[in-house]
Write a protein that binds this ligand. Structure first.
Ligand code: THU
Length: 135
């Protein structure tokens, strides 16, 4: 699975998005180290803050299947620039992704921007910042 294939999977996932409120479908595809791909789309709710972004759906699917080792994540939306993941998703990514995991952001025009986890969320709060007994 190369970068373009992962981005295309993310793009296809926009069709599954449940977005009656924003009408803004987002798709994500997460490649695990063993080659398995976990996909996600945004899922909204009438109680707006309950909405879950595409990236988190893909990550939570993977974690719930016992997968913890990741290589790359792609995210696609119909934006002018490659879609920047929200702050909550960056924090969730940082919980599970090593500093070198690549995040490929893209739009429908084919513009892409790839960043490492470290570049996407520098100086992030981590379990190592918690007191020893709370880790
Ligand atoms: N959204 C995502 O799914 N991922 C992002 O990276 C940005 C925002 C969703 C949340 C909501 O359903 C819609 O896009 C508008 O904010």
């Amino acid at each position: 699975m190369n970068r373009e294939q992962l981005i295309n999977k993310a793009k296809d996932m926009r069709e599954q998005a449940y977005v009656p409120y924003s009408k803004f479908p987002v798709g994500a595809a997460l490649l695990a180290e063993d080659g398995t791909v976990y996909t996600g789309c945004n899922i909204e709710n009438a109680a707006y803050p309950v909405t879950c972004c595409a990236e988190r759906v893909a990550i939570f699917k993977a974690i719930s299947e016992g997968q913890h080792r990741f290589k790359e994540l792609a995210v696609v939306a119909d934006t002018k620039r490659p879609v920047p993941p929200c702050g909550s998703c960056r924090q969730v990514m940082s919980e599970f992704f090593d500093a070198h995991v690549k995040i490929h952001t893209a739009n429908l025009q084919g513009d892409t921007k790839s960043l490492s986890m470290e570049e996407l969320l520098p100086f992030s709060f981590a379990s190592s910042d918690l007191p020893e007994q709370k880790k």
